[in-house]
Structure formats: structure tokens, C-alpha cells
Design a protein around this ligand. Structure first.
Ligand SMILES: NC(=O)c1ccc[n+]([C@@H]2O[C@H](COP(=O)([O-])OP(=O)(O)OC[C@H]3O[C@@H](n4cnc5c(N)ncnc54)[C@H](OP(=O)(O)O)[C@@H]3O)[C@@H](O)[C@H]2O)c1
Length: 304
């Protein structure tokens, strides 16, 4: 078995045609895993697979997946079942920002990239974003419900692995410190009494309050990226609930850091190689490693 393709770890990455997801595929394939690179657009996905093959990484296959479409996740599960019969590593990476940005003059963007600190860059962004309801809705649908749907569709395959890992690419914006409502904060941290159904309800309540201009009502995050913050807080809580239920696997979530990708107009401070380190470390960590935990890059940290 040693070194044969049947004992290679089978890893699947969502939103992998660019950014952190593509780099996670590259690093996992370089480590010897068989990689299922998924993307919502067939052409963009095929181009990404070709780019990895050109680097000599031949054990990469493509499967189309729009995380916001439950039927797409079901087709993906059939593909993985028929091709591999199990899944060892799932990296839920696909995500959207939930905001519309008007960055204005490209020269200003150059200035931001070259002369501002990370905190100043984030502030600059905050001042140029708008959060229309449709973007907030798409953000919850992709980042929270999409991650949950894909995980649920692939769960039987993960349970067929003797040693599965799930890595949910979250964000420091999902930390509970961004919620001002003490009740909400407590509920999202009270994992022994929280259920995935309640998380779905909270997603609906957030969108209702958002639509009615009442984010202060329950103490949802304000000050920019509200939907993004809620979507990532829900995915953190979901990771913890699932980790408690499935003790045979290691399920964790993390903030990859402020990485130079399209999501932030390449204003981040880390390269994609650096940003992929945390997800890859959690994908390959030993069986006795932590589960139900949050990581800041490669360091374990608090959910608060
Ligand atoms: N970059 C950072 O500083 C940073 C910080 C914290 C957390 N994160 C998280 O890291 C993850 C990756 O982001 P990134 O920085 O690499 O951004 P990115 O370059 O914008 O990549 C986002 C990826 O998600 C895909 N995607 C979006 N909606 C999708 C859907 N419905 N179905 C399937 N794929 C979908 C995109 O596909 P298309 O090409 O088809 O749009 C793209 O491949 C996200 O979850 C993000 O929230 C990033």
C-alpha cells in the first residue's frame, strides 16, 4: 500500500480556481494528496487544474461545485463516491465579502498597497464599502449555508475515511467580539445547547433585522461587513457543533490572515503561500490534534 495511489489522502477544496483555495490545492497536491479541485465555473476550474498540472502536479481532478446550490453538492458527493469511495480532507474555502466596493482611482489602490499599515488598509476599505441587502443575502447563502450544505452532502464520505479532517476557512471577523448583544454572544458560544437548526434560524433573523435596518435590535455586528461577520461567526459555531458530534474526525476553523487576493483587491499583507499555511496544516495535522477549535493562521486562538 505504501506510496500507492489507493492510500493517498483524498482532499477536496471549494472555491479553488483562484486565491487561497488554489494555493491550498497546490500545497496539498505537493504533499502527495490526490486533490479534487472544485469551482463554480467549469472553465475557470479547468484552467486552474491545467496550471497545477503544468507545475508537475498530475494528481488533481476537477469537479464543478457551486456551494450555494444543494443539487450541485449532491452531484459532487456522487462523483467523489464513484471515484474514490471516501473523502479524507475537506477544505471549505469558497467565500464572498458581502459588500460592494467602490475603490475609485486605481492609483489610490497602489498607494494603499504600498504605504498603509494593515489596520489602515482595512479602515480605508470600510469607508468605501456599501452593504446592499442582496449582497448580504448572498454572503449568508455562500459562506454559511453553502459551507454547511457541502459538508452535509460529503459527511457520509468523510465518515468512510478512517481519519478525516474538515477545515472551514473563516475569518477574524467571525469572532464574537464583533457582536454587541450579550444574549447573542452567549448563545453562539454555548455549544452544549446550540444546534445547527438554531444557526439557520439566526441566519434568517439576521437578514430580517438587516432588511429592516435594525441591526442594533439584537446586537448584530455593525461598522461594516455585518453579513460577512455573521456568516463567519455562524460557521465557527457550526464547526464546533459538528466537532462535538463527530469525534472520529478533526474539524476546525481558522482565519488565514490578511492575504493578497481578489476579495480585498490584493491589499492584504500576506502572500497566498503564507495564507494557505494554516488550512494546509489543519488538513494534514496528526489524528490526536485539536478539534472544534479556532486558529489564527497556524496558532490556536479563542472564539471571542
Ligand atoms: N484574503 C483574505 O485576506 C481573507 C481573510 C480572511 C478570510 N478569508 C477567507 O478565505 C476564503 C478564500 O478567499 P480568497 O481571499 O482566496 O478570495 P478570492 O480570491 O475572492 O476567492 C474566493 C473563491 O471563492 C469562490 N466562490 C465564491 N462564491 C462561490 C460559490 N457560490 N460557489 C463556489 N465557489 C465560490 C470564488 O469563485 P469565482 O472565481 O467563481 O468567483 C473564488 O474561487 C474565503 O472564505 C474568505 O472569506 C480571506
Amino acid at each position: 500500500m505504501e506510496g500507492g495511489s489507493s492510500c493517498r489522502r483524498v482532499a477536496l477544496v471549494t472555491g479553488a480556481n483562484r486565491g487561497i483555495g488554489l494555493e491550498v490545492c497546490r500545497q496539498l497536491a505537493s504533499s502527495g494528496a490526490t486533490v479534487v479541485l472544485t469551482a463554480r465555473d467549469e472553465k475557470r476550474g479547468a484552467t486552474a487544474v491545467d496550471a497545477l498540472r503544468e507545475l508537475g502536479l498530475s494528481d488533481v481532478v476537477f469537479c464543478q461545485l457551486d456551494v450555494g446550490e444543494p443539487s450541485s453538492a449532491a452531484r459532487l458527493a456522487d462523483f467523489v463516491m464513484d471515484t474514490f469511495g471516501r473523502l479524507d480532507i475537506l477544505v471549505n474555502n469558497a467565500g464572498v465579502s458581502g459588500v460592494r466596493m467602490d475603490v475609485g482611482d486605481p492609483a489610490a489602490l497602489h498607494q494603499v498597497r504600498t504605504s498603509m499599515s494593515a489596520a489602515e488598509r482595512l479602515e480605508w476599505f470600510n469607508q468605501r464599502t456599501a452593504e446592499p441587502f442582496e449582497e448580504a443575502e448572498e454572503c449568508l447563502r455562500t459562506n454559511y449555508h453553502g459551507t454547511k450544505n457541502v459538508t452535509e452532502a460529503l459527511l457520509p464520505l468523510l465518515l468512510s475515511s478512517s481519519d478525516a479532517r474538515v477545515v472551514n476557512v473563516s475569518s477574524s471577523y467571525g469572532l464574537l467580539r464583533y457582536f454587541s448583544g450579550e444574549e447573542l454572544k452567549h448563545e453562539l458560544d454555548d455549544i452544549d445547547n446550540l444546534s445547527a437548526e438554531r444557526l439557520d434560524e439566526l441566519s434568517g433573523l439576521f437578514l430580517k433585522d438587516f432588511k429592516n435596518g435594525r441591526l442594533d435590535h439584537r446586537g448584530w455586528p455593525v461598522g461594516g461587513f455585518s453579513a460577512y461577520k455573521v456568516s463567519k461567526a455562524l460557521i465557527n459555531a457550526y464547526t464546533r457543533i459538528l466537532a462535538k458530534k463527530h469525534t472520529s474526525m478533526r474539524l476546525n476553523c481558522l482565519d488565514p490572515g490578511y492575504v493578497k487576493t481578489d476579495i480585498n483587491f490584493h491589499t492584504g499583507v500576506l502572500t497566498v503561500e503564507e495564507g494557505a499555511r494554516g488550512p494546509v496544516m489543519l488538513s494534514l495535522m496528526p489524528k490526536e490534534g485539536p478539534t472544534g477549535s479556532y486558529f489564527n493562521g497556524t496558532e490556536q486562538a479563542a472564539f471571542m
